[in-house]
Design a protein around this ligand. Structure first.
Ligand SMILES: NC(=O)c1ccc[n+]([C@@H]2O[C@H](COP(=O)([O-])OP(=O)(O)OC[C@H]3O[C@@H](n4cnc5c(N)ncnc54)[C@H](OP(=O)(O)O)[C@@H]3O)[C@@H](O)[C@H]2O)c1
Length: 396
């Protein structure tokens, strides 16, 4: 069967890697829809190569330019723009598989639409699940589709869990003996930087991840370890284990992508190169395995593999995420929104690196937490938290 794939965020790091895997398997996949934010030139090239039914950009002017360029090349792709067209890319393109790889809260509504429509959802956009975990998981069940995690840690855990493991806590799960999930973290570029030097960190230093090549927002999140905090919340929703059974381990080599500890003393780990094409290929072809273009792992060339507990005083964002996860309701939505605004201000407006956790914590303290029961509530709280964070940053 040929899968028809829509890629939300095709111009980003995950989007480009997804197209790389698809390019290598023209017999298995074709591209139904591509969406971008602002990188129009890159989207033009992608549309010329893959000729999707639908292409979406954020702005009307960019859509006009894209359409003109595609018509010159006799490409009939329907060009649309704006947030509601991201949903149309999923619902109107005849796709059966959706790669959700828009960064941040902007990806929530189209990812939810894919879940409701019963697609195979390949979830890279962890922020969607952090904001709306309960709603999202219900949408997947109600839609009757599949949810496959693309984040390398969650993909690793998915691979290490028994096939018949279900996310609901059921007697069957107890019988399967899963005790704990261990999420590994590289510790980012500042794992060993003296604490007094952290006040002068620049965006370029924060985005220079030692092992992974990623978009700028997730690179900063990896440096602060907010990324791991978001991943703990993501794992909680994906796999249904209590929070206290989800542990974080610093593993600087990024070879073991995560592990599952079983009752009988076994620990199953998934290992591989730090290359997102492995989890992407796994999700696209599941339950089969296909070539991903990733060099094989040579264990004999590795000097060592080390593991340690994270130092929470160095990574206050991780503590904030643990606390928000424990509080539940809209606390993770507030955490995520405040972090997005703070990271953008660090990248583009000179907010000092060490202020990121400070403004996130102040925003969490300023907003009353409620139940995250509806999309309206979640979007309202998200907007409120963004406003509060912006005001806090302006007041600095
Ligand atoms: N990169 C990784 O290795 C990795 C690993 C695990 C999980 N993830 C997760 O995957 C997601 C994507 O990460 P990434 O590293 O690929 O990010 P990225 O390189 O920054 O790409 C983000 C994509 O989203 C699009 N986009 C951004 N804002 C948008 C908006 N408001 N409306 C529509 N489209 C928008 C961008 O379009 P333009 O560039 O055209 O503006 C781009 O295509 C994130 O949630 C991240 O946490 C990434």
């Amino acid at each position: 069967m040929t899968r028809r794939v829509a890629i939300l965020g095709s111009t980003g790091s995950i989007g480009v890697n997804t197209l790389d895997v698809i390019r290598a398997h023209p017999d298995r996949f074709n591209v139904a829809a591509l969406t971008a934010g602002k990188q129009i030139d890159r989207l033009v090239e992608q549309c010329i190569e893959f000729q999707p039914a639908i292409a979406v950009v954020s702005e009307a002017d960019d859509a006009k330019r894209l359409e003109a360029l595609l018509r010159q090349k006799n490409i009939a792709t329907q060009v649309m723009h704006g947030p509601s067209s991201l949903v149309a890319a999923v619902t109107d393109s005849d796709c059966d598989t959706v790669m959700a790889a828009i960064v941040g809260a902007a990806g929530l509504v189209p990812a939810l639409a894919a879940a409701k429509a019963g697609k195979r959802v390949l979830l890279a956009n962890k922020e969607a699940l952090v904001m709306s975990g309960n709603l999202f998981m219900h949408a997947i069940s109600a839609g009757g589709g599949e949810l496959l995690p693309i984040d390398s840690e969650h993909n690793a855990i998915f691979q290490c869990l028994p096939n018949n493991f279900t996310k609901e806590s059921s007697p069957q799960n107890a019988y399967l003996g899963v005790e704990e999930l261990w999420l590994t973290a590289s510790g980012g570029p500042f794992r060993n930087t003296p604490l007094e030097q952290l006040s002068n960190i620049t965006p370029e230093q924060a985005c220079a991840h030692p092992n992974w090549v990623m978009g700028r927002k997730i690179s900063v999140d990896s440096a602060t370890m907010m990324n791991k905090g978001l991943e703990v919340i993501e794992a909680f929703w994906l796999f249904g284990l209590p929070l206290e059974k989800i542990k974080v381990l610093i593993h600087p080599q990024s070879v073991v992508h995560s592990m599952v500890r079983y009752r009988d003393g076994s620990v199953l780990a998934q290992m591989g190169q730090p290359d997102m094409r492995t989890p992407i290929a796994y999700g696209l072809a599941w339950p089969e395995r296909i070539a991903a273009g990733v060099p094989s792992l040579s264990l004999t060339q590795l000097a060592n593999l080390s593991f340690s507990e994270p130092d929470l005083s160095r990574f206050p964002c991780l503590s904030l995420a643990f606390a928000a996860a424990k509080t539940g309701g809209t606390a993770p939505t507030v955490l995520n929104a405040a972090n997005e605004i703070a990271v953008a201000a660090f990248l583009d407006e000179g907010l000092p690196y060490l202020q990121i956790p400070v403004v996130v914590e102040k925003t969490l303290n300023a907003i009353a937490i409620e139940g995250a029961d509806s999309l309206d509530t979640i979007l309202h709280v998200d907007a409120q938290a963004r406003k509060v964070t912006r005001e806090l940053i302006q007041a600095l």
